[in-house]
Write a protein that binds this ligand. Structure first.
Ligand SMILES: Cc1ncc(COP(=O)(O)O)c(C=O)c1O
Length: 344
């Protein structure tokens, strides 16, 4: 007898392209995007730019490469990037802004991951020949390490205003901006307003195998293209991948509230379990804090995997569970039962 399929809540990046998405990919008109353009990639870039209220966009193989390109466009070597202390750009891009661009991270500590205009103002030192200049400010929406937390348009506007006052551009890491827009019920462009560069990712909640876009003002396109090529991100018949993203915008964007409902359901089902404290999810990420000293993430994660539920450690006594299009409501109910039983 084969073991049942594990319920994979490690990340929303684990989704597999559906048969319909694969068909859209197979049928996409393509060209050589590095040589003289790929029609499907260009269609995606134009659509994403319009959705984000920007002039133009460029397709990238990954969110990391698009984030890095955004920071390169907005900063110079020897400057600082003001960014929330637990942002993806700080912890999960292998010190990319330092290694690639000679940019120093200026982390802004927050109690809960919520960057504000006030905090940005507080991080900006008075100009002096003895301290580094700031090159740019970066925001993240939703905030991954803070449990998929949503940044409201008014908060983003405050950050943009604080940056503008200091004549600084803002980069928005919107890998999960789709989730923020779905949770708030506002257009994507409203969440990106005032940002000079905006990254969005297709390989997370939207279920694509690969791909991100960086959106910006028309004047940035030529240099963004050069930087992407220098980073090895020039892709040839990329329409195969862009077609998956176009399919996802048509067919998967509208179902994100389902993932948010499932995350809430998981947290609710575990709320009575005395050994675990679930976060109150705003989107598709639930943080699960282990209450007993004896339960460590390193110990619990493999035991859960053996019981058929995959999550990732996110701190010594914290687990992260992410809902996505390859887990159903029934899967989430079963996962909650397994977690509660194992930690009883
Ligand atoms: C907030 C955020 N930004 C950027 C990225 C990087 O995306 P990629 O894995 O496509 O490089 C991720 C990936 O998880 C993310 O969560």
């Amino acid at each position: 007898m084969t073991a049942p399929r594990p319920i994979d809540l490690r990340s929303d990046t684990v989704t597999r392209p559906s048969p319909a998405m694969r068909r859209a990919m197979a049928e996409a008109p393509v060209g050589d995007d590095v040589l003289d353009g790929d029609p499907t990639t260009r269609r995606l870039e134009r659509r994403v730019a319009e959705l984000l209220g920007q002039d133009d966009a460029l397709f990238f193989p990954s969110g990391t490469q698009a984030n890095q390109t955004g920071i390169a466009l907005l900063t110079r070597p020897g400057t600082e990037l003001v960014v929330e202390a637990n942002a993806h750009l700080v912890h999960y891009e292998l010190a990319g802004v330092a290694a690639n661009w000679g940019v120093q991270i200026r982390p802004v500590a927050t109690p809960d991951g919520r960057l504000t205009g006030e905090l940005v103002r507080g991080a900006l030192r008075p100009a002096s020949p003895h301290v580094p200049r700031v090159g740019a400010v970066a925001a993240e929406n939703t905030h991954n390490a803070a449990g998929g937390q949503v940044m409201a348009p008014a908060v983003m506007a405050g950050i943009v205003a604080a940056a503008r006052q200091a004549q600084l551009p803002v980069h928005l890491d919107g890998a999960r901006l789709w989730n923020a827009a779905a949770a708030l019920g506002v257009p994507l462009a409203q969440l990106a307003r005032g940002a000079a560069t905006v990254m969005v990712s297709f390989s997370k909640g939207l279920g694509c195998p690969v791909g991100s876009c960086l959106a910006f003002a028309a004047t940035h396109r030529a240099l963004a293209w050069e930087i992407r090529k220098r980073l090895g991100g020039g892709m040839r018949q990329s329409g195969i991948l862009a077609a998956a993203a176009l399919y996802a915008l048509d067919c998967n964007l509208g179902r994100l509230p389902e993932d948010h409902e499932n995350a809430k359901l998981l947290a609710e089902r575990l709320s009575d379990c005395p050994t675990i404290r679930p976060s109150a999810p705003e989107t598709n990420i639930v943080m699960l804090d282990l209450v007993r000293e004896a339960d460590t993430a390193d110990d619990v994660v493999p035991r859960l995997a053996q019981a058929g539920v995959l999550v990732v450690p996110f701190g010594a006594r914290r687990l992260r569970a992410v809902t996505h299009l390859d887990v159903s409501r029934e899967d989430v109910e079963r996962a909650a039962e397994v977690i509660a039983r194992l930690l009883a």
